[in-house]
Design a protein around this ligand. Structure first.
Ligand SMILES: [Zn+2]
Length: 213
């Protein structure tokens, strides 16, 4: 299995602000209807955390590094593979015994709960309304700096822009974050579980996610 080694050119200083371009190339199928299981085994300098699709099946310490081995056993489109690495705070929640986790820049733990804390109730609601229980072994949301979209619904590991994190004052009149969280979560059923065959069908999954929020 190919392994990914992440070697920072600079040691992390200010949480997620220090963005690095990684010299990685992972050849993937391009069409959304081509499905596969996937595994990512990555070695990162501590204290960075690596988050990816599916279940964390193994971790190991290797001097100043830590190895994370993630495995996505349910077949999914390769465009939904992801790897997020950062000096994150990890906030743990759960739904029916499955881990629901929020990763944010350290110091923003309260904002994480304020912004994403309704996720377990949303999973419950969607599971009920769709008549199909949330299908993946965990659900993680990772808030990253300088993200080009609002969110990306990678299988079981959504990436969100850190602009969605709300402090107490911003939360008073902001409903956009909740909508974003619901939209990306709905994609776990529409787009990730039930996939589209071709990009020209993207309106189906986007339409369902927009309707759901
Ligand atoms: Zn969408």
């Amino acid at each position: 299995m190919p392994q990914i080694n992440i070697t920072p050119t600079n040691p992390p200083k200010s949480g997620l602000r220090r963005r690095r371009r990684l010299p990685l190339l992972v050849p993937l199928f391009r069409l959304p209807g081509q499905l596969t299981t996937s595994e990512i085994r990555v070695r990162v300098p501590q204290p960075l955390i690596a988050i990816s699709n599916g279940q964390l099946i193994h971790t190991a310490e290797d001097s100043d590094y830590k190895i994370y081995h993630w495995s996505q056993e349910q077949r999914h489109p390769t465009y939904l593979m992801t790897l997020a690495v950062g000096d994150f705070a990890e906030i743990q929640d759960q739904w029916q015994g499955k881990p629901v986790t929020y990763y944010v820049e350290k110091g923003r733990e309260e904002d994480a709960r304020r912004s994403m804390g309704k996720t377990p109730r949303m999973i419950e609601f969607f599971s009920d309304k769709y008549g199909y229980l949330y299908p993946f072994p965990k659900y993680a949301q990772v808030c990253v700096d300088d993200f080009i979209f609002g969110g990306m619904e990678n299988t079981s590991t959504t990436l969100l822009t850190d602009r969605c994190l709300l402090d107490e004052r911003a939360a008073l009149d902001n409903r956009g974050t909740e909508s974003l969280v619901a939209h990306e979560l709905a994609h776990q059923w529409f787009g990730d579980l039930v996939v589209i065959k071709h990009w020209s069908h993207a309106w189906i999954k986007e339409g369902m996610a927009s309707y759901s929020r």
